[in-house]
Design a protein around this ligand. Structure first.
Ligand code: HEM
Length: 462
């Protein structure tokens, strides 16, 4: 086949296309996709990077025989903090395989079910907080869901309570992690030739924040080693688990990397998803009513139980549709194992990053039709969802791809389903500003900007 050049927006020497980027890189990538179409190549400084924006091209690069996960862009920088932890490891690094094999069973359906009570504990704290604030209080949606997600993953994975709902100031770990992630995004936009001394204070803080995170995680591990319990959580799985392939256990450093990775990977993502779900429901009264009806019918006014989670198909469809329109991680990146043509005509080079822009491929009109930009949970009900996945493979990829896909998917969906159900059981919600227009803040993940709502109790708390 004849290679066709990949469109490249004009750039500058040394900077390349870095000038395209504002504080909201996701929006910039969408804008470029709208201009250049299914594929384009940027030069980020001197590094080339390809972006693919349709289901067909995303589907092709999801073939693990030809492509693998690429640890490029911001992940290279997060790696400074969590090394070869699951999220930031190269697939051929031994610690990835070891941790993957030890942890996949620990994230399986039965262990996740066992975490239900602790998830409920934290969700109840959130409900109580909103009940106490009363119906006139503007709720900072993203922040409150961030507390939920962070407290939940810390409690379920290592029996650690951040108690975020009871603190005025954020826990030092949480502050360090937030600052670390923000600095990762800033560093990613720095031109490669910028001399380091310009950033001395920022660099010092960056490594200090990493030290705070590692010290906290190390203390949790040391605590557990000194006080062994028969608790079956992710930390126990990592301390006791033996890799069936090599017979080895995880090193202490690897356990620390994974713990921090869970907190990083598991909090903004779930919080963003819940925030967008509430935004979508508040903008779509019919869907809102269907969620409330489902909750009332399936759970009524009893406390939610783990058995209810699989009996809420409409909420499940709401979450899937939210993850389609606003994938909390709006892109993931792979690289070709050999020089190859994609789409039958575009030459990509071995090792060159190829980013799947979900913020665009999830809106592909060939898959989702002319109303692809609209929120319609009905298209994500089980039967329809299965039909779409069969007809258009890899058209819905919010949890990434293949063996490097999200290990926390079941965890996140159980937590989010429970939160939606419990909150709809207890409250009626309204937008704080009826004219609120969605804007996105982007760091590693995307969240709605300045999104506030109000919550009034429907009846006494259940
Ligand atoms: C990987 C999305 C929740 C832990 C990923 C990837 C995506 C993703 C897209 C692949 C990244 C890539 O290819 O570079 C999400 C979303 C979530 C969520 C949308 C919530 C709605 C969680 C939770 C945890 C978690 C709750 C932890 C408990 C991980 C880990 C990986 C990962 C460890 C790396 C897996 C590997 O490469 O072996 N996630 N995630 N995620 N996620 Fe999640």
């Amino acid at each position: 086949a004849e290679a066709v050049p990949i469109p490249e927006p004009p750039g500058l020497p040394l900077l390349g296309n870095l000038g395209e980027f504002s504080q909201q890189p996701t929006n910039d990538l969408i804008r470029l996709a709208n201009t250049y179409g299914e594929i384009y190549r940027l030069h980020l400084g001197t590094r080339p990077a390809v972006f693919v924006n349709t289901q067909a091209l995303v589907n092709e690069v999801c073939d693990e025989k030809r492509f693998q996960k690429s640890v490029s862009s911001v992940l290279r920088i997060v790696r400074e903090g969590v090394h070869d932890g699951l999220f930031t490891a190269h697939s051929d690094e031994p610690n990835w395989g070891r941790a993957h094999r030890v942890l996949v069973p620990a994230f399986g359906p039965l262990p996740i079910r066992d975490m239900f009570d602790e998830m409920e504990d934290i969700a109840k704290q959130l409900s109580l907080r909103w009940a106490r604030h009363g119906p006139h209080h503007p709720i900072p949606v993203s922040e409150d869901f961030t507390r939920l997600a962070l407290d939940t993953i810390a409690l379920c994975s290592m029996n650690y309570r951040f108690n975020s709902y009871y603190q005025e100031k954020m826990h030092p770990f949480v502050q360090a992690m937030a600052d670390f992630l923000a600095e990762c995004s800033r560093r990613n936009r720095r031109p490669g030739f910028a001399p380091n001394f310009l950033y001395r204070a920022a660099n010092e803080k960056f490594f200090n924040d990493i030290a705070i995170m590692r010290d906290t995680a190390n203390a949790v591990v040391a605590e557990r080693k000194q006080n062994p319990s028969d608790r079956k959580d992710l930390l126990a799985a990592m301390l006791e688990g033996v890799d069936p392939q090599t017979g080895e256990k995880l090193t202490d450093a690897s356990v620390t990397d994974q713990l921090i990775t869970f907190l990083i990977a598991g909090h903004e993502t779930t919080a963003g998803t819940l925030s967008f779900a509430f935004y979508n429901l508040l903008k779509n009264p019919t869907a809102y009513r269907k969620v409330q009806e489902e909750v009332d019918q399936v759970i009524g006014r009893e406390p939610p139980k783990v058995e209810h989670i699989s009996k809420l198909p409409y909420i499940s469809a709401v979450l899937r549709e939210t993850l389609r329109l606003s994938a909390a991680i709006p892109a993931f990146t792979v690289e070709a194992l050999e020089d190859t043509l994609i789409g039958g005509k575009y030459l990509v080079h071995k090792g060159e990053p190829i980013t799947c822009l979900l913020a665009k491929s999830h809106l592909d009109p060939l898959v989702y039709g002319e109303d692809a930009n609209e929120f319609k949970p009905e298209r994500m009900l089980d039967a329809e969802f299965a039909r779409l996945q069969a007809a258009f493979p890899n058209s819905w990829k919010p949890f990434g791809n293949g063996k490097r896909g999200c290990i926390g998917r079941g965890f996140a969906l159980q937590e989010a389903t429970l939160a939606v159900a419990m909150l709809f059981q207890n409250f009626n919600f309204t937008l704080d500003d009826p004219n609120y227009q969605l804007e996105i803040v982007a760091s590693l993940t995307i969240r709605p900007k300045d999104f506030f709502m109000r919550a009034s109790l429907r009846h006494g708390m259940t």
